[in-house]
Design a protein around this ligand. Sequence first.
Ligand code: NAD
Length: 356
Amino acid sequence: MSVLEHPSFDNHEKVLFATDEKTGLKAIIGVHSTARGPACGGCRFWTYDSSADALDDALRLSQGMSYKNVMADLPIGGGKSVIMKPQGSFDRDALFQAFGRAVDALNGNYITAEDVGVSPDDMVSVYKATRHVTGLPEGKAASGDPSPVTAEGVFRGIRACVKRATGSDDMTGIRVAVQGAAGHVGTYLCGHLSRAGAEIIVADMNVDALQKHVKEFGATIVDKDAIYDQEVDVFAPCALGSIINPDTIDRLKVRMVAGAANNQLATREMGAELQRRGILYAPDYVINAGGIINVTGEIRGDYDPAWVKQKLVNLEATLGEILDRAENEGRPSNVIADEMARARIEEAAASKAAAA
Ligand code: NAD
């Protein structure tokens, strides 16, 4: 299996393969860029069919974190780690401590946190072996659940899209279909939308949990498959990735797609397809950066809510800039966002090299 020739390899600064026979640890840490600061990004604990799949995830996700972090103008770089879930029984605390030792070997070039399959308690295990960890459940700078901050960023992003589409940021009567509305981000997002006067249509696997949305937010429930067919202003995906794909795109009768889910476009070309249909797309890693903004608040030391708030205001402005450029240049917003991210990373790398 090649690494340097791998299709997802993007001049990553470091790729660390870490194993520990005693605990069964098999992990890969991708440090994509430290041009703007230590590479930050969560640790994914997942059953992979092969180490090739795990490598692909580590390479792709760490590059994605660089783009997300630089577009949120955070003083951090991009990284991500994956742990291949061992088969059979294993000692979870020992496994995450072994992972912590691997993180520690990078001397602060990489700072880890939770991602899919990992809990704040796992981060406590990691903390036994390294200080380069965040997302801890308690302590002076523990920033807590990032979902409310992510939801606020997504709400601001939706408002920026509405402003481009209607000329006003008044959300009264704007119809929004929220996929995954019962989830952490989805629920907080519905609260923001409802307070702003939007009409909400919701879908989730967990239909029972949506009763709260009906009572508190006046939401209308639809079947989870029908969410793609709603005639609304905004489709807000807050559940799964790859939901804008050849099977769903023709069903969308919306003016905007703007939500929290990661990797919403099944392929990069889907961005161009949305643009061709006149649908405004808020690039996912720009609009959903509230969580990493919140975590960076923790990394900086004393958690300062005012700093976090200002970053969310800036997120709304950055998204507006991307959408304006996409319109003026007649090009897909996801392509513009990628170009802006790459340019910012290159600029930071050049100044770091000049200062060395
Ligand atoms: P969550 O697991 O709390 O919520 C996801 C919700 O989606 C659940 O209620 C689940 O029942 C529902 N769901 C799953 N499959 C569905 C389907 N086919 N149709 C309808 N609903 C379905 O997750 P979350 O923390 O709210 O995150 C939501 C999305 O946002 C994820 O893609 C996540 O990666 C992304 N994201 C989250 C954060 C954060 O701060 N939590 C930050 C950035 C990105």
